[in-house]
Every structure is written in structure tokens, then in C-alpha cells.
Design a protein around this ligand. Sequence first.
Ligand SMILES: *[C@@H]1O[C@H](CO)[C@@H](O)[C@H](O)[C@H]1NC(C)=O
Ligand SMILES: *[C@@H]1O[C@H](CO)[C@@H](O)[C@H](O)[C@H]1NC(C)=O
Length: 290
Amino acid sequence: MATTSSSPVLLAVVLLATMAVLFSPALSAPVYGDEDALSSCPPLHDIVRSTVRAALRQETALAAGLLRIFFHDCFPNGCDASILLLRPRGGAAAETSLGPNLTIQRRAMQLIEDIRAEVHFACGPTFSCADITALATRAAVVASGGPSYALPKGQLDSFFPAPQEAVFQLPDPSTASVATLLRAFASRGLGDPGDLVALSGGHTIGRTRCRFFADRSARMEDTFSRKLAANCSKYPDRLQNLDVVTPDLFDNGFFKALTYNQGVFTSDMALVKDRTTKQATTGGLRTRHG
Ligand SMILES: *[C@@H]1O[C@H](CO)[C@@H](O)[C@H](O)[C@H]1NC(C)=O
Ligand SMILES: *[C@@H]1O[C@H](CO)[C@@H](O)[C@H](O)[C@H]1NC(C)=O
């Protein structure tokens, strides 16, 4: 697939849609597509849309929580909902008990469970947890002003958590170098710098905590990092928006902020500084993959 776009964030949704296929489809089997879903469960989309919208009205940050769950589920071992297993069989460690655990929103996990229960009540157990997770994530992207996208055919759930070493391959969200991030994405078939830039665009609705950008705020090298430091010393438990231009919108504000040197994570700022990713980040994006 060849894509030319001036909008990395639009490519982000293309990648979200294909992530399930790209990321180790070993456990998944084609079961049904979007159109079949409607005939097997007519209220499906209404249930997903209205539940997600109602939840986001209560707490906007749930949109980022869903996006993060989707990514953290898909990256280690395919989109198999294994991240949702809190007490896996045989005493294996839950994925949420490993390294990246603190960034997984329990309330967003509960939202997926609420939707699953409603869909199963209405239509029987026709949809897997992996399907519900993908549908809920898409609904959150759309509710945040992003475009809709087609989802691949139904996914099967795993009964087991992803291998620990695969979970630990999730890239460090805040301090990893561009080279490390590129290697991590290439290991999952996303080898083009444009892929890394586009998926980083998910930060357009992201939030984080002070400790994850302490390396940037501690340097106090510019007005923005001094502001971050001042806010964190005043309110250490605050949630910091990753897109300071349009925090709640799935749009290009995150990339604009980077060009103003107002990216929060060191790893996001690195995208505009590194020669490999600079062009894709600042527009005129050209990428080939697939
Ligand atoms: C998260 O994982 C670390 C080990 O990687 C562990 O020490 C910590 O207790 C875990 N935290 C939670 C909330 O599960
Ligand atoms: C610091 O906090 C103020 C008040 O909550 C907020 O308006 C501002 O955007 C914050 N600064 C940054 C860099 O996010």
C-alpha cells in the first residue's frame, strides 16, 4: 500500500485498522466482517457508540485509555484481548501486572467489559472481547473527532496472556530514542519511519503523569519545559495533556505542538529532531508499507 498524505493523523487510523492484521495474526481467524456483524447483531453499533459516548461525557480521558489498551493488547502478540485477562489460567502473570501496567486504565478496561456484557445480552456471545475492544477503540476515535475506518474480520480471544518477553518489548512511551522505537515497530512489521510517526499520533488525545516526562521538565531548557516543571511541582498528581493544542480532539494538534517545541515526552520531541522521522512528522508525509 502506498500512501501520500499531509496528515500523519489520518494515516494513524489506517494503521489502527490494519494493526490487527499486521501484528501476529496467528491466533486470529476470519469469522465475520463489519457488514456481517450488522446482520448477526443489529443493535451492535448503537450499543458500542452510545456506551462509549456516554462514558466519554463523564471522563474524556477514557478515549486515550481505550486507544492505549488496544495498542498494548495488539503489540506484544496480536489483537487477542489477552491484556484483559486479570487472573489468567495456571497462575501466569497478567499482562497488566508487567512493566507497562501503570499506564493501563482500569476504568477503560471496565468500559470494554460493560460493552461486552451489553452486546452479549442483546445478541448472545457472538463477538469476542478482541472485537469489542477494536470496536470500542474506533468509537472513541470517532467520538473524539477522528475519522471512522473499516476493521478487519473478527478476531479470536486468547485464553493465555502474551509471553512476558513480548510484553516487555512494548516501547517505552516517554524516553526511548527514535532508533529504539523504529526497531520496536519494525519487529512488528511496521518498518517505515512514517508508521512510527503515524502511530505516535495516537498521543493526540493522550494524557500522562509528571514522572513520565520528568527528564524533560527537569532540564528547564525552554519556556515550555519550565511551565511543565512549575505545574508538576504545584500539582504532582495532575494529568498532563500530550497534545497541548487540542487535547481532546483526534486531529493534527499533537504534530503542530511538536513543531512549536511543545511536545511533552522526550520521545515525541525526538520525532521532529531526528533526521529519519522529521519529514513525516512535519508534514508532506510519504510512506510505503505493506
Ligand atoms: C507493575 O509491575 C511492576 C513490575 O514490573 C511491579 O513491581 C508493580 O507492583 C506493578 N504494579 C501494579 C499496580 O500492578
Ligand atoms: C499548566 O497548568 C495550567 C493550569 O491548569 C494549564 O492551563 C497549562 O496548560 C499547563 N501547562 C502546560 C504546559 O500544559
